[in-house]
Design a protein around this ligand. Structure first.
Ligand SMILES: O=C(O)[C@@H](O)C(=O)COP(=O)(O)O
Ligand SMILES: [Zn+2]
Length: 214
């Protein structure tokens, strides 16, 4: 990858990180973002960094084995991101946020652990699809990576119990769009709780999958 392309990705992580932070989609120093490099390594946001104030030059760079090469120390969730990439060769970027409505759903009793949010809208089905719940572990626990490894081959997004969403996309823009759609649909789901909303049926979901494959 050329230095120019790597710099473009560093700028994009910083710009989209700020956009997410400025719109209240993650708070404080929560959340992390990674992008796959074509040498097999990654750019990852540093641990304890605020997504709203990232310095492109200080973003962490890791090699294909996950060794930290330069930049600030990487996110404590590097193993979670790496586990997801290992199962998803088609994914070029991952976003993890503490977006409020998605976190709220991750704390609810009685949700379907295989698919936490019903297919309320077409766009949600197109961008996110099914959303399994990953059992709770302390942030940064390598067991989060193990838990995600069993799911990420089939699902582009997972919801960490009492924590937040982790969403993969073909590139960073796609991962950000999917994360935003997940948050909006989590909000709808909470708004509609108790109203017995009409979700899309299996046939409608299948048609969307056919016409808009991931
Ligand atoms: O919830 C956590 O602690 C992490 O998952 C997180 O969101 C921020 O951790 P760092 O990326 O290590 O700052
Ligand atoms: Zn987190």
């Amino acid at each position: 990858m050329s230095a120019q392309e790597e710099n473009r990705l560093r700028e994009q992580i910083s710009t989209l990180g700020k956009s997410l932070f400025d719109r209240g989609l993650t708070m404080g120093s929560s959340g992390n973002i990674s992008v796959r490099l074509d040498d097999g390594g990654w750019l990852m946001t540093p641990t304890n960094a605020c997504l709203g104030r990232l310095d492109p030059a200080r973003i962490s760079r890791l090699d294909g084995q996950g060794q930290w090469l330069d930049g600030d120390m990487p996110t404590k969730e590097q193993f979670l991101h790496m586990a997801m990439y290992a199962e998803r060769p088609q994914s070029g970027a991952i976003v993890h946020l503490h977006s409020t409505h998605s976190v709220a759903v991750s704390c609810l009793p009685g949700i379907d652990h295989c698919d936490c949010i019903p297919p309320l809208t077409a766009y949600y089905v197109m961008r996110v699809g099914k959303l399994p719940l990953v059992p709770y572990h302390v942030p940064g626990d390598p067991r989060l990576g193990d838990a995600v490894r069993g799911l990420a081959g089939q699902y582009s997004a997972v919801l960490l119990a009492n924590h937040g969403p982790v969403v993969a996309g073909k590139d960073l823009e796609a991962a950000v769009y999917a994360t935003e759609e997940l948050e909006e649909t989590a909000k709808l789901f909470l708004l509609l709780r108790g109203e017995n909303p009409r979700a899309l049926n299996e046939e409608q979901v299948a048609e969307l999958k056919r016409r808009f494959p991931a």
